[in-house]
Design a protein around this ligand. Structure first.
Ligand SMILES: NC(=O)c1ccc[n+]([C@@H]2O[C@H](COP(=O)([O-])OP(=O)(O)OC[C@H]3O[C@@H](n4cnc5c(N)ncnc54)[C@H](OP(=O)(O)O)[C@@H]3O)[C@@H](O)[C@H]2O)c1
Length: 386
């Protein structure tokens, strides 16, 4: 089997690349990489394997220079005869930014870029499967505090917290416009955070939010809302297992489900037991986030409820000195808090049934392996582009 993989330098794509490279059924993995030269692209791929000392097989892993933003991408893929024997495409590349300033880039990468790959895919002579790495959060913000099934999405009436989830929802619709259903495998991971093994996680994405929450300790979010989170190694294993499985469906949640989900409260206990020299966690109503923002601007009204938590305000002053740093952290954290409040649990029975996999361990359990990494995250650096 020859696979064309996009996003191989990212969190999910990197883990997929390493996992796929270890499968005997896989002959070649062509990786779309944005680099100036083949040498630089090879170096980037080498780094993906070097992170956990995995074997980099130069024969098997083939870089293909390309950028989703390039107007000529489809043609350059068509003209590249080396990759015309592709059997499977795994499209993991995306712009995952939650920040409004990146909305145009998000749309260009996730809708425009996907379309260019599809235009190449549909004329491939041997294409068996187009695997799309979507996201379970396309169900939108109207769905709250319940188990969500695969069949509920894509829903054109869903309202989205960020442009990113909207583009991922549109992506699923566009794929169906270009390819027949029997060639489509849509995987929808929930929230991917860290790695369940005692190794350095591939990326600080989402872990940044956890590290920031750990530093702040007074958090405007419902601590009992369910959080469906999985480690990246579970996500990659599930996607690869599905690729080789006898599938009954063409859409699957890659998620923790009811048994493997966690809550902010449970995660806070894991954090408290490791970082025991900070104030205990205190969760307050989300509506107080505005008061926090006003306080960081020195504009909070004297009788405001937030002053009930004066010891935390003193702790923040002492820890962060400059209130503008806090403002930056809370602005970056804002969309994460919104997602945390939704209480989504994504039904994973299709995945478990068709792959025979067990549930993922809850994040409050597996994160015990990554606490030393959480400690090293520079939260201010991460807040600039959360
Ligand atoms: N992380 C999560 O919690 C999560 C949850 C659910 C679903 N997903 C989905 O999983 C997929 C991968 O996400 P991730 O977390 O691995 O993201 P990531 O770490 O940010 O990686 C994104 C990848 O896409 C590539 N890419 C971005 N823009 C590109 C462009 N213009 N041209 C070519 N390549 C480009 C990046 O290449 P460079 O290295 O060159 O930037 C990188 O390899 C996405 O489709 C996302 O929607 C992620």
């Amino acid at each position: 089997m020859n696979i064309f993989l996009t996003g191989a330098t990212g969190l999910v794509g990197g883990e997929l690349l390493v996992t796929l490279s270890q499968r005997k059924e896989v002959n070649k993995i062509y990786c779309l990489i944005r680099s100036k030269s083949e040498a630089e692209a090879t170096q980037r791929l080498e780094k993906v394997f070097a992170l956990h000392n995995d074997h980099f097989d130069r024969e098997k892993i083939v870089p293909v220079l390309g950028n989703l933003f390039d107007d000529n991408l489809t043609n350059s893929l068509i003209e590249n005869t080396t990759i015309s024997d592709t059997d499977v495409i795994i499209h993991s590349a995306a712009n995952t930014s939650f920040s409004r300033v990146n909305d145009d880039l998000v749309e260009k990468a996730n809708i425009g870029g996907l379309t260019k790959i599809l235009l190449w895919a549909k004329q491939l002579p041997h294409l068996q499967t187009f695997v799309y790495i979507g996201t379970a959060t396309i169900c939108g913000k109207d769905v709250k505090d319940r188990i969500v099934t695969e069949d509920e999405s894509p829903n054109l009436n869903a309202t989205h917290l960020v442009k990113y989830t909207y583009t991922k929802m549109r992506g699923e619709i566009i794929i169906r416009e270009h390819l027949p259903e029997d060639k489509i495998l849509i995987t929808r991971p929930s929230i991917i955070m860290g790695d369940s093994r005692p190794i350095i996680p591939r990326s600080p994405v989402i872990l940044w939010a956890m590290a920031t929450i750990n530093h702040l300790r007074l958090i405007p979010v419902n601590e009992h809302a369910q959080l469906d989170m999985i480690p990246v190694n579970y996500a990659a294993e599930a996607i690869v297992n599905l690729l080789f499985a006898n599938r009954k469906y063409h859409v699957y949640h890659i998620s923790a489900g009811e048994a493997g989900s966690t809550t902010a409260l449970k995660l806070s206990k894991t954090l408290e037991s490791y970082f025991d020299d900070m104030p205990p966690f205190n969760f307050i109503n989300k509506s107080l986030l505005n008061q926090v923002k006003h306080w960081t601007k020195g504009k909070l009204q004297p009788e405001s409820e937030l002053y009930t938590y004066r010891q935390y305000l003193d702790y923040w002053k002492e820890t962060f000195e400059d209130k503008s740093k806090l403002r930056l952290l809370f602005t970056g954290l804002d969309p994460y808090l919104e997602f945390m409040e939704l209480g989504h649990v994504f039904d994973n029975s299709r995945l478990l049934e068709d792959t025979g996999m067990a549930n993922s361990e809850p994040a409050d359990v597996y994160m015990n392996n990554s606490m030393n990494f959480v400690e090293k995250i520079d939260i201010l650096e991460g807040a600039i582009d959360p």
